[in-house]
Design a binder for this molecule. Structure first.
Ligand code: ADP
Length: 559
């Protein structure tokens, strides 16, 4: 901008100077020529009068003028120069020269004989000859050339001075513009800087102060808006409900992460992208008809309660439709699953307790009413003990599961896993012996920080299962070792688990073969407990099994 400003003004100054020089030069030229012409006319009259009165020969007459600056020529009627004050003789017809063709009128032309520029004027004398007077113009031309040179030098000097002055003035005028634009840019970049009102001109300082004030107001407003925006974002992102604010043209004006996740929407998407047809239609309709509905929909396996309300507010009206729409989505999936789980759990528990209780009641009644022999009484009381043990196992497992789910704050302790495993094996040894099952185990000394009952349950349930679901005279291979993590592997040569059920065995109360499990005092909760423990310690459990060949459980616990 600065360059343009200077260039523009310099061109203007140059044009003015050129015009000034042109006019001055033309005027001077014209006036000088006019003066010379007038002077020549007077000279001619003088010379003609002197010539008419002179009794001298033509040559002598012109001789009188040799020392003067004028050139006097006498030309006869045939156009021959008879006498000339500057030349001895000339030849040729001069009648075609303009000064002889139009008498009494001055003409400027180049003299071939003198090799100079002259101004001529001629008149006829009384004797019929032509008297011609001329003055040399070269001096005048030289003077003009000098004048032009002088004027050019003066012009260059003026342009030079003008250039420096313009540079100074442009700085003066452009600096405030530059300062203001820099300051506005800092507002835009969020790093606002004051303009120091340090100009030499009070008017410019006044401008600076006003711009500072305006910028400060803008900065404050931007900050307030940013704060509001952040508050809104914080609120929306932490809401348990999904929120969608939709314009009357069905554009999504506002959405929080929850709503986008539930409806699988991208940021800045349109409601057209809502893939659930029924929901899409209800929202679209709510932009046209005043609506206030609650819908319960299953979208992508999630149970959603959706409240759709038409809102007539100017910020939501984007086209001819009269309403914007507010959509609130509540994800009820967890609650419903929890309720279902609870219901299933109670149904399972009552069922599991009812069976031994009915058996106990039956046996007890038979004994009570003396309906059995002494020997059968023994058998029945043994069955009562067995049923009570089943119930006891069930209650123990339920208590353990409840402990794992509620996780009371227990002090973590350093557990020696090798000693704990040996202890559990010792407790289960008699059951294994009763089925002639051989147990081989390899362990390393290792320690972990945790809750001892967690690892006792883990070891006990997996080894107990390997005994329970093994064949008489079977084998159990147990390994406890540490590599990148702690590994606990229990391999048995038992009945195995069908492939399609290996995932389900970790569900509560799931048993592959209920009758067989019942005979083994199984509760269907052992592997749920194991899974709980493993996931609490951020580990994993895998199962490999082949029907009739055996099963291997591998637990990995990161250290
Ligand atoms: P349960 O108390 O009935 O043993 P679990 O939760 O411990 O309950 O196990 C669930 C089911 O998984 C068992 O009923 C059984 O059918 C199957 N299962 C568990 N461990 C083994 C195993 N080592 N071999 C074969 N089946 C097994």
């Amino acid at each position: 901008m600065k360059r343009t400003f200077i260039a523009y003004n310099l061109v203007l100054i140059l044009l003015v100077i050129i015009a000034f020089l042109g006019i001055t030069f033309s005027l001077t030229n014209y006036v000088s020529k006019r003066q010379t012409a007038s002077m020549l006319e007077v000279m001619l009259d003088d010379t003609v009068i002197s010539y008419n009165l002179s009794e001298l020969s033509d040559a002598d007459f012109v001789k009188n003028f040799e020392s003067s600056k004028r050139r006097i020529s006498i030309i006869d009627e045939a156009g021959n120069t008879i006498a000339d004050s500057m030349m001895i003789s000339t030849s040729g017809n001069q009648l075609s020269y303009p000064e002889l063709m139009t008498l009494g009128k001055p003409y400027s032309r180049y003299s071939e004989s003198l090799k100079l520029n002259l101004m001529y004027i001629a008149q006829t004398a009384e004797n019929g000859k032509y008297v011609r007077v001329a003055v040399v113009m070269d001096e005048y031309i030289k003077f003009s050339e000098q004048t032009v040179l002088l004027l050019v030098i003066i012009s260059i000097t003026i342009v030079g001075i003008a250039f420096f002055m313009l540079k100074k003035t442009s700085n003066l005028f452009l600096k405030p513009i530059k300062d203001v634009s820099t300051s506005i840019k800092t507002v835009k970049d969020g790093d606002y800087q004051w303009i120091l009102p340090n100009s030499d001109y009070e008017e410019i300082n006044g401008l600076y102060r006003e711009i500072n004030q305006i910028n400060e107001q803008i900065v404050n407003q931007i900050k307030t808006l940013e704060l509001r925006d952040e508050e809104l974002k914080l609120l929306l992102s932490h809401m348990q409900q999904g929120i969608l604010v939709i314009g009357s043209d069905q554009s999504i004006i506002l959405s929080n992460e929850k709503s986008r996740n539930l409806l699988k929407l991208k940021v800045n998407s349109e409601i057209i992208e809502i893939r659930h047809k029924e929901l899409y239609q209800t929202i679209a309709k709510a932009t046209q008809v005043d609506t206030n509905v609650d819908q319960k929909l299953l979208i992508d396996q999630r149970h959603l309660t959706i409240k759709i309300t038409s809102v007539n507010h100017r910020i939501l009206i984007k086209d001819k439709n009269p309403y914007g729409v507010l959509v609130i989505l509540v994800d009820e999936t967890e609650r419903i699953l929890l309720e279902n789980n609870k219901r299933d759990f109670f149904a399972n528990v009552s069922h599991e307790l009812k069976t031994p209780l009915t058996a106990i009641k039956g046996s007890a009644e038979l004994i009570h009413y003396d309906m059995v022999s002494k020997t059968d009484e023994k058998i029945l009381s043994k069955d009562i003990i067995y049923q009570v043990e089943t119930m006891n196992s069930l209650i123990q497992d339920m208590l353990e599961l409840s402990r794992l789910e509620t996780r009371p704050k227990l002090e973590l302790e350093v557990i020696n896993l090798k000693s704990l495993l040996e202890l559990v094996l010792e407790q289960l040894q008699s059951t294994a012996i009763s089925k002639s099952i051989k147990i081989a185990f390899e362990t390393e000394d290792m320690q972990i920080k945790g809750v001892i009952s967690d690892f006792r349950s883990l070891f006990k349930n997996l080894i107990e299962n390997a005994i329970k679901y093994n064949v008489d005279g079977g084998m159990i291979d147990i390994k406890l070792y540490k590599k990148d993590a702690i590994y606990f592997v229990v391999k048995d040569t038992g009945i195995g688990i069908p492939k399609d059920q290996t995932d389900r065995i970790f569900e509560r109360f799931y048993q592959v073969n209920k009758t067989r499990s019942k005979l083994q005092n199984g509760t269907g909760l052992g592997l749920s407990i194991v899974k709980h423990v493993v996931s609490y310690y951020k580990g994993s459990i895998t199962v490999l099994s082949e029907l009739g060949v055996g099963t291997t459980f591998t637990v990995m616990i990161p250290t």
